[in-house]
Write a protein of this length. Structure first.
Length: 439
């Protein structure tokens, strides 16, 4: 058994026993109360699932196993240039709750390299799709096309004991994460670069090789990919892509089917596709203003016209966060450190200076601050990736780290099929009428 799997087996078995004992003694403990507003409002803030890998605080933002993004940037082993953390280290942390050593991260990099060969038929499937097919559609199809190799599906058919479900799920997770950069890069080069594909460079780390296959070999872009893959990896379990992956996984669908479903959720404009919408909105604004160097006053006028038209400002507002997204701030710090005098980056910062105040004046937005999507596009454009239809695929490759680590934990802890109870509006009317009578 490999060292990560062995450690995961030990950690998950111990926590499974703790949970079993805790539920036996405190299973009837009331955790939360649900309001009609929450029921009709998308189950917002209802505590109803367990997600071991990360937790989102409304003020301080995302914490991975208790560590903030700045802490991770300091503590996790970094890329060869010593600048940004390697995503392999974050995956190790999410899996076993321990900051890995340099050697453990190198082992994981080598593992993913050895598992990264994509079956040839997956490329043939992609080649049958029209090139104008959205990149996220291609991505989900490619993931589904690999499902026939699922270790979990095969062992389930053979009659595996439920206490061992986590083992083949771990193998599927390792294989799938290893292959995603190759698939994503193939989609990018196929769609936007006339099928001029770039062979993998197995001497590089996971994110560095991804940047290489995309065709952007600038050393700082490799650092950006390491940062991007780290900060986008997980955002607790309630977001749409994570929850969808968890829900599908709870039916005992394998990692491929579960993750593909999560990617279909990520492709929605109110979720991961927002990173595409942000840069498109900025390009549209610059075109309307006729300049790449607008003033804050010009931006403020355009923002107000956007709001007056009944539209939102992409990249601003978040369901949970009540302060600027630490992931936005990490990208801003990256730009301040490595990028000089980029008009688009400057625009993003001016929008950041203008939008929160305008949204705050309206009094309708609980969080007027930027989220992660508000900055990523400008950084990608700076390094030459102007094709924003691909941006959400980058998000998806990163998000695999968190949702698949969580799927391993769900299987190890024996979480059941997720099946919340729904109600009808007529039932609600009767409840309200009854309460009025009793009052």
């Amino acid at each position: 058994m490999d060292p990560l799997k062995s450690k995961f087996s030990e950690k998950s078995a111990a926590l499974r026993d703790q949970i079993k004992a805790m539920l036996k003694e405190h299973g009837d403990l009331i955790v939360d109360q649900v309001t009609l507003g929450q029921i009709y409002g998308g189950a917002r803030n209802i505590k109803m699932m367990v997600w071991e890998t990360s937790n989102l605080d409304p003020v301080t933002g995302i914490h991975f196993r208790g560590y903030s993004i700045p802490q991770l940037q300091e503590m996790l082993p970094k890329g060869p240039d010593g600048k940004e953390p390697r995503p392999e280290g974050l995956f190790w942390l999410m899996m076993v709750g321990e900051v890995p050593t340099e050697e453990e991260v190198k082992w994981l990099t080598n593992q993913w390299t050895s598992r990264s060969n994509v079956p040839e038929h997956v490329f043939r499937v992609l080649d049958q799709l029209p090139k104008e097919t959205h990149c996220m559609t291609q991505f989900a199809i490619a993931v589904n096309a690999m499902q026939h190799e699922s270790c979990f599906a095969k062992r389930y058919d053979e009659g595996i004991h439920k206490s061992d479900y986590w083992d083949p799920t771990y193998e599927d997770t390792m294989n799938l994460i290893a292959r995603l950069p190759r698939i994503a890069a193939y989609i990018y080069r196929r769609t936007y670069h006339n099928d001029k594909h770039i062979a993998p460079d197995i001497s590089q780390d996971w994110a560095g090789n991804f940047a290489h296959m995309l065709g952007i070999d600038h050393p700082d872009f490799k650092s950006l990919m390491r940062l991007y893959m780290t900060i986008h990896a997980d955002h607790e379990g309630g977001n749409a892509s994570a929850h969808t992956t968890h829900l599908i996984g709870s039916t005992l669908s394998d990692a491929y089917l579960s993750f593909a479903g999560g990617m279909n959720a990520l492709a929605g404009p109110l979720h991961g596709l927002a990173n595409q919408e942000v840069i498109r909105w900025i390009f549209k604004m610059l075109d309307a203003l006729g300049t790449t160097k607008p003033t804050k006053e010009q931006i403020a006028d355009y923002v107000r016209s956007t709001l007056d038209a009944g539209q939102v400002i992409p990249g601003y507002g978040h369901a949970v966060l009540r302060e600027p997204d630490p992931r936005f701030m990490a990208q801003k710090a990256f730009a301040e450190k490595y990028i000089e005098q980029d008009d688009l980056v400057e625009v993003v910062w001016k929008v950041f200076a203008v939008v929160p105040g305008i949204l705050g004046e309206l009094g309708k937005v609980k969080n007027p601050w930027p989220n992660v999507d508000a900055h990523s596009g400008a950084l990608l454009v700076h390094y030459g990736m102007k094709e924003y239809g691909f941006y959400t695929v980058l998000f998806g490759v990163s998000r695999a780290l968190g949702v698949l680590a969580a799927l391993c934990w769900a299987r190890a802890l024996g979480f059941p099929l997720e099946r919340p109870k729904s109600i009808t509006t007529n039932w609600v009317k009767q409840l309200v009428a009854k309460q009025k009578q009793e009052a």
